[in-house]
Design a protein around this ligand. Structure first.
Ligand SMILES: Nc1nc2c(c(=O)[nH]1)N[C@H]1C(S)=C(S)[C@@H](COP(=O)(O)OP(=O)(O)OC[C@H]3O[C@@H](n4cnc5c(=O)[nH]c(N)nc54)[C@H](O)[C@@H]3O)O[C@H]1N2
Ligand SMILES: Nc1nc2c(c(=O)[nH]1)N[C@H]1C(S)=C(S)[C@@H](COP(=O)(O)OP(=O)(O)OC[C@H]3O[C@@H](n4cnc5c(=O)[nH]c(N)nc54)[C@H](O)[C@@H]3O)O[C@H]1N2
Ligand SMILES: [Mo]
Length: 676
């Protein structure tokens, strides 16, 4: 029996980027384990990683190209040979390009995996002569832009350094679900006596050990942070020397804080004054503390300013550039990876914001979008305003989806192409939870007729007569070229044994106190906020677009704020179809809200607003506050697709998606379809 163990990496869109060991016998994966040698991930893997083989060998995996035979969305397909699939795509794309121009085709690659080789797509699309592309993201674009403008970059101390912290603040982040390596170090810090302050409307999976838990009204964290800043300044809990040396615009900021007295902040946020004072007290006791800012709180229309305001707090007490300190949002240090197979970029590339995909497809600008090519994405489940998005997709002439499974998005396709899993091709992965670059190895052959996208583009490119130099076959040679082009001081052979860390990596972020902003300092006053985004240079608090203060009439009809977060058992919409990881689509609702609606735990409930309705199962719990309901997003199937309720709206900066600006009503659901 031939048996071999490979080092590889989980390339999912996650903070983890876990180093894996994969045992293969006779061409079949028999075990996926954590790699203990990795300095950050240390052999830990999540419940999905442990069930990877169930995904790779799932009976539901797509193995052949499919062609739609029924009505779009019905899920009726017939198997076709690859040649027919390529011929059909070639004919349709060529004729649409001829009639409407190349921008009539929208190319969208989502975040199914984080590797660099997906860039192979551009070798095709550039030679195609143009396309419509998407910009911004569904994820953390508002926060990323806020940090880039405020600090000039996005860096955090090594995760291990959390253990040097005496105080850890978890602000809108749920690492017990979403970042297990961070949670590991937080737990160890707590055992050593560190204090934990959580700021989250929910009692989350990460907040149980909190010494203090502030539960603001959704989307009001910017205001809360201004209240905290004001009290820190008033009580002189600031490091004026650090501020003078390393920040820009503090005097204007101090003046501006006058607008945020504690009474007003408490009223807006719903956090009692004494709790805000208690938080300020914790910072007073430990002015050098670790502030972890999650992504949850920036999925609002005011999300960018919110992250900017929170990010300014550590600057007030000089809690930057030292051990046990700093701001954790995501770590993006060292060089980016470079894809070296790009032909000349065509002029005809039009961009639309991804967060507004549904609006864009429905509005149909000029030239109209006629076709979509979707790979490594599941927009019907993961993008906002899903019913409207499907409506827009139904207006298209032609949709190609390349995926491992017949997702709700793939069901909308005219041609479905079976993709290779991350164990079936080579890649190079740089994540955002740590700065190591890791090799993803091909450890098995793709099953059935599955192909990595690079192979699909080669076949299609050949059919179009394109230059194959820019359509390389997936191989270790390609990885070697990426290593060279990206100036990494390693080789593919070394990467098989050891992850790569760039020599300039700062274990203590900003220990050089260099900030790549126009002023060279941390910017309390940020002119770029105005110049780039038309926003106030000072972090003014604005109410979210949907809420009791902004839309009181809507609030009267839909009085519950709906937040849809990330589940431990899924990675976005992935793994939802794996039996071992399946979970009921639960709606967490406060006991008082449940009682007034005569809802009990286990009841089927209809959750609805003007955009749509879903059917979930009630979970009555005081883990969620009054006027707030919560469900994890990513379930498959129309009934439980919570993004039917979310709006497609942009965040204030960065072109992010404001999923959480969302009001709903809930009622008990009866089997006969009538409601109470
Ligand atoms: N297991 C697992 N891990 C994942 C993912 C996954 O789907 N599953 N997804 C990966 C990806 S793509 C991402 S982007 C990250 C997301 O990682 P996180 O940012 O940790 O996750 P979220 O669930 O989006 O939000 C975190 C918290 O924000 C809170 N929140 C919501 N609104 C507010 C608010 O107004 N104020 C405050 N203070 N808190 C609020 C939510 O209640 C939630 O507990 O996780 C990554 N890791
Ligand atoms: N309501 C709500 N919605 C959200 C969020 C939220 O907090 N609330 N969070 C948002 C966030 S943070 C994110 S990042 C997005 C993610 O949204 P998407 O980018 O759409 O990611 P996924 O839903 O994981 O879908 C990825 C698809 O790619 C497929 N796939 C995986 N690897 C490959 C590959 O190598 N090739 C191909 N062809 N396919 C592959 C998977 O099977 C899966 O169907 O969702 C967003 N949606
Ligand atoms: Mo994300």
């Amino acid at each position: 029996m031939e048996s071999k163990t490979f080092n590889t990496v989980c390339p999912k869109d996650c903070f983890g980027s876990c180093a894996l060991k994969v045992k293969v016998e006779n061409g079949k994966i028999i075990g996926v384990y954590g790699n203990k040698d990795h300095p950050v991930t240390k052999g830990m893997i999540c419940v999905k990683g442990k069930n990877y083989t169930k995904m790779v060998y799932s009976k539901e995996r797509l193995l052949y190209p499919l062609k739609r035979v029924g009505t779009r969305g019905d899920g009726e397909f017939r198997r076709i040979p690859w040649e027919e699939a390529i011929d059909t795509i070639h004919t349709r794309l060529a004729s649409l390009k001829e009639e409407y121009g190349p921008e009539s085709i929208l190319y969208y690659c989502g975040s199914g995996n984080m590797g660099i080789v997906k860039e192979a797509a551009y070798g095709f699309w550039y030679q195609f002569g143009g396309f419509t592309s998407v910009y911004g993201d569904l994820c953390n674009a508002a926060g990323v832009e806020a940090l880039n403008l405020t600090y000039g970059s996005r860096k955090s101390n090594a995760l291990e350094d959390l253990e040097n912290s005496k105080l850890i603040v978890l602000w809108g982040k749920n690492p017990a679900n979403t970042h297990l390596h961070m949670m590991y170090h937080i737990n160890r810090a707590l055992k050593k006596g560190a204090k934990l302050v959580t700021i989250d409307p929910r009692i989350s999976e990460s907040s149980h050990e909190s010494d203090l838990h502030l539960r603001p009204r959704c989307g009001t964290d910017g205001c809360l942070a201004l209240g905290v800043a004001k009290r820190l300044v008033e009580t002189n809990t600031i490091d004026i020397d650090f501020i003078n040396r390393n920040t820009h615009g503090f005097d204007r900021f101090r003046e501006f804080l006058k607008d945020y007295p504690l009474e007003k902040v408490a009223e807006i946020t719903g956090v009692p004054q004494n709790e805000i004072e208690a938080f300020v007290g914790y910072i007073g006791d430990n002015p050098h503390y670790a502030l972890v800012c999650g992504f949850g709180l920036q999925r609002y229309t005011n999300g960018g300013q919110t992250v900017r305001t929170i990010a300014l707090l550590p600057a007030l007490t000089g809690s930057i550039g030292k051990r046990g300190c700093g701001l954790y949002f995501g770590d993006k240090q060292g060089p980016g990876l470079v894809w070296p197979y790009l032909p000349q970029k065509p002029d005809k590339i039009r961009g639309i914001p991804l967060a507004l995909l549904s609006t864009e497809l429905n509005q149909q600008t000029n030239p109209p979008i006629k076709a979509m090519w979707i790979e490594a994405a599941n927009p019907v489940t993961s993008n906002p305003n899903s019913s409207s998005l499907k409506n827009g997709m139904n207006k298209l002439d032609f949709i190609v989806v390349c995926d491992l499974f017949l997702t709700d998005t793939a069901r909308m396709a005219d041609i479905v192409l079976p993709a290779a899993s991350p164990f079936e091709y080579y890649d190079l992965v740089k994540g955002y939870g740590h700065s190591y670059i890791q090799l993803q190895q091909k450890v098995i052959e793709p099953p059935g007729e599955c192909k990595h996208e690079s192979e699909v583009y080669r076949m299609l490119g050949r059919r179009f007569g394109f230059d194959e130099t820019y359509l390389p076959e997936n191989s270790l040679d390609v990885i070697e070229r990426v290593i060279e082009a990206s100036n990494l001081n390693t080789t593919r052979e070394k990467l098989k044994e050891k992850a790569y860390l760039h020599q300039d990596f700062q274990e203590i972020a900003y220990s050089d106190l260099k900030f790549d902003t126009p002023s060279g300092k941390i910017e309390f006053y940020c002119q770029q906020m105005r110049d780039k985004w038309g926003q106030s240079p000072l972090p003014v608090y604005r109410e979210p677009a949907e809420g009791k203060r902004t839309t009181p009439l809507l609030y009267k009809e839909y009085p519950l704020h709906f937040v849809t977060g990330h589940s431990r058992k899924k990675i976005n919409s992935q793994f939802s179809n794996i039996l071992e990881l399946r979970e009921d689509p639960l709606l967490a609702i406060n006991p008082t809200d449940a009682k007034t609606r005569k809802i009990e735990s286990g009841d089927a409930v209809r959750v609805f607003n003007t955009r749509g309705e879903v059917k979930l199962k009630a979970f009555v719990t005081d883990k969620v506050p009054l006027g707030f309901v919560h469900a994890f997003f990513g379930s498959w199937g129309d009934e439980a697709n919570v993004n039917k309720l979310t709006a497609d709206r942009l965040t204030d900066i960065g072109y992010g998606a404001a999923f959480h600006d969302c009001l709903v009503e809930v009622e008990k659901y009866f089997n006969n379809g009538k409601n109470s």
